[in-house]
Design a protein around this ligand. Structure first.
Ligand code: NCD
Length: 308
């Protein structure tokens, strides 16, 4: 996919691979300017949300972002049950139809590659709001924006990705964006069954990004700047014994927080189950609710770039 440039509007948002440093700076400058504001720049335009998988934050923050820019929203959640999919309609046909009802389509789907398939037939911009175990590029944008807000810059950070690195699409997208930053080091902390895939490791090696794989948070906790914890993605497992083994492996609690440097932060795309103990929430280093809040401004910036 060709990187977007600041001189060209975004056409679709499908993968983190579309972004370069210049386009990221542009999106974050727009997010800074739009945060907390409301205006009418997208008045008369309609955003359709088409969600084939559950969501709270992504769908509502996209809807809130569109409404704050003066646009309107139509949509279906639980699209698998409540749309014509149940009658056997293909994704392609659905997208062709929705293209004539809305000016932008925000799509969440359970299959990797679904957003790219949608973009291939859509006559309006498509935003990938999560495609199965594939990618979740706007989550990665808000994650990176959060690291910048919390730490000033993502350059040189040591980040520990924890939890489900195999099926966790937010990890796949954020790894790509962070690999554009000089001096970044990545530790992948997970049991074998949910460790990061060989393809992603090969991409990091090719990009010259130093990384290590471990199943022990203790190996890295005292030197990390960012802990990025994730939920083990139960819905992607065919073998529930694998899921149970993975689920208990890495947990952030008060004891882990005692070993974490004072200037470090803990992130999580949410929803959490029990992989971060609630006792951590009151620690100022717990950044996950601030991270979720950043979703609105970043998605305003993305909609502005697509439609403005
Ligand atoms: C994530 C997702 O859907 O991939 N949630 C989100 O969008 N904030 C993470 C998850 O479901 O565990």
């Amino acid at each position: 996919m060709t990187p977007v440039s600041t001189t060209r509007r975004l056409e679709h948002v499908i993968s983190s691979e579309q972004f370069d440093r210049e386009s990221l700076d542009d999106i974050f400058a727009r997010a800074d300017a739009l945060a907390g504001h409301r205006d009418t720049r997208l008045a008369g335009l309609i955003m359709a949300t088409l969600f084939y998988e559950p969501s709270t934050r992504t769908r509502l923050s996209f809807e809130s972002a569109m409404l704050r820019l003066g646009g309107a929203v139509v949509g279906t959640e639980a699209a698998r049950e409540f749309s014509s999919v149940i009658k056997g309609e293909t994704l392609e046909d659905t997208i062709r139809m929705v293209s004539s009802y809305a000016d932008v389509i925000v799509l969440r789907h359970d299959q990797a590659g679904a957003a790219a398939r949608a973009a291939a037939v859509a006559s309006v911009p498509v935003v990938n709001a999560g495609d199965g175990p594939g990618e979740h590029p706007t989550q990665a944008l808000l994650d990176l924006y959060t690291i910048r807000c919390e730490r000033g810059s993502a350059d040189g950070v040591h980040i520990a990705f924890c939890g489900d690195l195999r099926f966790g699409r937010t990890v796949h997208s954020l790894v790509q964006l962070l690999s554009l930053h000089p001096g970044v080091r990545m530790s992948f902390v997970a049991p074998e069954v949910v460790q990061v895939g060989a393809d992603l490791q090969a991409r990091l090696a090719a990009a010259g990004v130093p990384f290590l794989l471990t199943d022990r948070l203790d190996d890295v906790i005292s030197s990390v700047d960012v802990v990025y914890q994730t939920r083990v993605q139960k819905e992607r497992f065919t073998d529930l014994t694998d899921f149970e083994a993975a689920r208990r492996a890495i947990r952030i609690d008060a004891e882990v927080m005692r070993k974490l440097p004072q200037k470090a932060i803990v992130m999580h795309p949410l929803p959490r189950v029990d992989e971060i103990a609630t006792e951590v929430d009151s620690d100022p280093r717990a950044a996950y609710f601030r991270q979720a809040r950043n979703g609105v401004a970043v998605r305003m910036a993305v909609l502005d770039l697509l439609l403005g």
